[in-house]
Design a protein around this ligand. Structure first.
Ligand SMILES: [Zn+2]
Length: 159
């Protein structure tokens, strides 16, 4: 499948395809509870990102790839690896993730253990930008220890 993706001429399209193949492989590894394979595939994903950045890729294909990779890393609790990726997308977006509540949430999760004020600011952005109620997204592993923290609840709650 990798060969098929490599045959595609357009670099952005090739990257998109390779990213999708990787996503399937990660999902499959997850379904099989194969932790070693998940780790290997995430590393492959990071290597692909590095390759794309070296090639000077930019624009929506690159930011889309970063976004999906961030989701996979977040799902595996690798917030340390997610942070530089989301920071790069934030810089590319002129300081904004736009209306992608999930991106602001992932970003908040990745800075939470080192920067409380920034985490709260990112959670407020998530709430203000996304029309959905993100309270359920807040009830995930990364925020386990602040589920009852009034400042956090206020940042994410619409009430
Ligand atoms: Zn997303």
């Amino acid at each position: 499948m990798r060969a098929i993706a490599d045959e595609v001429r357009d670099a952005g399209e090739a990257a998109r395809l390779r990213g999708r193949i990787l996503a399937w492989e990660i999902q499959l590894a997850r379904a099989r509870n194969d932790a070693a394979r998940i780790t290997a595939k995430l590393e492959e994903g990071l290597a692909l990102l590095e390759e794309l950045e070296k090639k000077g890729s930019s624009g929506r294909a690159l930011s889309g790839y970063r976004h999906h990779l961030a989701h996979h890393l977040t799902q595996s609790g690798r917030h340390d690896l997610t942070l530089p990726i989301l920071d790069a997308n934030l810089a590319a977006g002129g300081g904004s993730h736009g209306d992608h509540g999930c991106t602001w949430m992932m970003h908040a999760a990745s800075v939470w253990t080192r920067d409380r004020p920034r985490t709260l600011a990112l959670l407020r952005e998530a709430r203000d930008r996304d029309p959905r109620d993100l309270t359920d997204d807040f009830r995930i592993g990364a925020f386990d220890d602040v589920q009852d923290d009034p400042e956090f609840l206020q940042a994410i709650s619409r009430r």
